[in-house]
Design a protein around this ligand. Structure first.
Ligand code: SF4
Ligand code: SF4
Length: 336
């Protein structure tokens, strides 16, 4: 089945059938925030959200991940259990689903494959949730996305009020749709309402900049005087990078006790001075100017050159969470 309808009264049954197939990670409400977490029951699902504070990136690329544990005395290494069970990520907004495909460029690099990431990726079906209520900080259409974009999804659900329109995108999505309880054929009137709703939501997201033009301009802007002042308000707190669904910098550290320890992979940020501090004491990105330039250049220039797409999906989280109201739309527009 390529398209279908699930009535909202049947959604719990659908989630329960997904839970019988494997782990279901989905939006839940915790302490006034929407958080992606493994559902303990279908009751915990909350699809009435605009977007989550943190993206579901954490599922594939956790904030802290144990690579292995060791015992010094016996020279023993204990690898962690690599997750290889089927899972389903439900309710992922189009910007965040697209961001997963950009993380693939890093963790599925032909030379450096991250088995921890790839095992989860290959066993996980991604069910997206179309946007019906974009925020003033959203600009996905300026980075090649949109409220109905299906990049990175196996299936898309679109909220039509008392029902969801289901669209299977990949062969895995089609196979899953054929197994789910309570999917009916989509009537023509629902398909046409969904199309109109998509067009209306699209018109609610104003263009912020032309990503292609900015990428091109940044190629010759390393020494531009704009960098001298544009970073001045920045506190270097790194909130922008920790909430970003595409940021992927990490550090690897050993946490030791007397005779045993564990090696962990942790999120890191190019906005911290320590990120580039060498053991010699030399730091190639000593100033805030250099760190801001790196963040913007990497997202809109280097990543585009290396992978064909800018490393920003226009989710707007960095704008919403910056304590001093830095706005990435204004920063990059300085180069238009
Ligand atoms: S969130 Fe704002 S203040 Fe903090 S590092 Fe990012 S741009 Fe700077
Ligand atoms: S840079 Fe900002 S707007 Fe772009 S994907 Fe990251 S958090 Fe979202």
């Amino acid at each position: 089945m390529d398209t279908g309808i699930i009535k909202k009264e049947n959604i719990k049954g659908v989630i329960e059938s997904l839970m019988q197939m494997g782990k279901v990670v989905a939006p839940t409400r915790q302490d006034d925030m929407t958080v992606f977490s493994a559902l303990p029951s279908s009751e915990a699902l909350d699809l009435n959200y605009t977007n989550s504070k943190l993206s579901p990136k954490d599922y594939f690329f956790p904030q802290t991940e144990v690579l292995f544990c060791y015992e010094k005395e016996n020279n023993q290494i204990h690898p962690p259990l690599i997750e290889d069970k089927p899972a389903c990520l439900v309710g992922v907004r189009p910007c965040d689903a697209k961001a997963i495909t950009l993380l693939d460029c890093i963790f599925n690099d032909p030379q450096y494959k991250d088995v921890y990431y790839l095992n989860k990726r290959k066993n996980t079906v991604v069910i997206g949730l179309a946007c019906t209520n974009p925020q003033s900080t959203c600009f996905c259409t300026s980075t090649g996305g949109g409220p109905l974009d299906t990049t990175g999804m196996d299936m898309l659900w679109q909220d039509l009020g008392d029902r969801y329109l289901i669209k299977a995108v990949t062969p895995q999505g089609k196979e899953l749709a054929s197994k789910l309880f309570g999917i009916d054929k989509a009537p023509e009137k629902d398909l046409s309402y969904a199309k109109k709703q998509g067009e209306k939501v699209l018109s609610m997201i104003p263009p912020a900049f032309e990503a292609e033009k900015i990428s091109e301009k940044l190629r010759s802007s390393f020494e531009d005087s704009v960098w001298e002042t544009i970073h001045e308000k920045c506190l270097g707190c790194a909130a922008c990078t920790f909430v970003c669904p595409t940021c992927h910098c990490f550090d690897i550290q050993d946490e030791n006790s007397r005779d045993r320890g564990r090696r962990v992979k942790l999120w890191d940020s190019c906005m911290f001075p320590l990120f580039t501090l060498h053991t010699s004491g030399h730091n190639p990105r000593l100033s805030g100017k250099e760190r801001m330039r790196q963040r913007i250049m990497h997202k809109f220039n280097y990543f585009k050159v290396n992978n064909g797409h800018v490393a920003c999906v226009g989710c707007g989280r960095c704008i919403r969470e910056c304590p001093v109201n830095m706005d990435i739309r204004q920063i990059v527009s300085a180069f238009s």
